[in-house]
Design a protein around this ligand. Sequence first.
Ligand code: PLP
Length: 286
Amino acid sequence: MTRIVYINGDFVPESDAKVSIFDRGFLFSDAVYEVTAVLNGKLLENAGHLARLAHSCAELKLHLPVTLARLEEIQQELIARNQLREGAVYLQLSRGSTGDREFDFPPAGVAPTLVLFTQARAVITHAKAVNGIKVITLPDIRWRRRDIKVVGLLAPCLAKEYAHSQGADDAFLVEDGLVTEGSACNAWIVTAQGTLVTRPLSNDILHGITRRSLLELASRHAIPFEELAFSVEEAYAAREAFISSATTFIWPVVAIDGKAIGDGSPGPVTRALREIYVAQALMATA
Ligand code: PLP
C-alpha cells in the first residue's frame, strides 16, 4: 500500500509530495515538529502535543496556517487513509520558501510548509520495553532553547550514532556534570530511597508530554517523585533508570557507560509505571 502523506492542503501518495530546495526547513532547519503516538488507530495525548507545537511556533514567530482543531482532523484523516493501527503521526511546519537563500525571515504572505505523514511501528509490544536499553553519557552540544521542538536534530543523530558504535542503544546528554535528557527522550532515575527523579522544566530540556503524564500518574499512585537535576554519578548509583517519550512510553535503562544499574535488569518501579501508563493509553484509545 502506498503511503498517503499530507502537504500544504493536499493528501497525496508520498512520491508526489515535493518541497522546494529553497525551503527554510531544508536550508536553515527553520522548522518545528511534533510526533504523536497512535494506538488502536487513535491519537494519544494529542492535545499536549498540539499545545507544545503552538508554543514552539510562538517562540519562533512561526505562523500556523491552520487551527489546532484542523490539524487534528488532518492527523485523523491520515491515520484513516493509511489504515494505521499502531505507530505515530509526524507533523512538521517550516517557514516556507522565498525561492532563494536569505537569512532574513520571508515577507508576510510567504506560505509556511506543512507536512504530515504516518509511521507504522510497534509501540506497546517492544523488545526494548521488556529488556531495557544501554546508554552512554555524552556532552550535550545542542543549542540553548531545547524547549522548542525544532528539526535541527544533528546533535541527537550524532549522539545515537556514537552510542551505537560503542555497542549502546542511546545516550544521556550531560551539561555541567548533570544529565539534561536523552537524545530524543526525557531521562529518569529511581533513587535508593525509591524516589523518581527527573530534571525540572526549563529551556534546558524538551517539556515531554509523556514526562508530564508520568508525573501525574506517579502522583495519583503515591509514587514519590522529585523534579531535580541529577548527576552522572547519581545515575550510576541509582536503583533504576529509564527514558520516556511519545513513541517509547517508557524503556528501562539497564546500564550507563557500561555500569549496570541496580541488578542490570529493568526495575520494579519502572515496570510498574510502564504498566500503568500502557493501561491508561489503551483505555484512552479503546
Ligand atoms: N526530549 C527530547 C530531546 C525529545 O526529542 C523528546 C521526544 O521526541 C522527548 C524529550 C520526549 O517528549 P515526548 O514525551 O513529548 O515525546
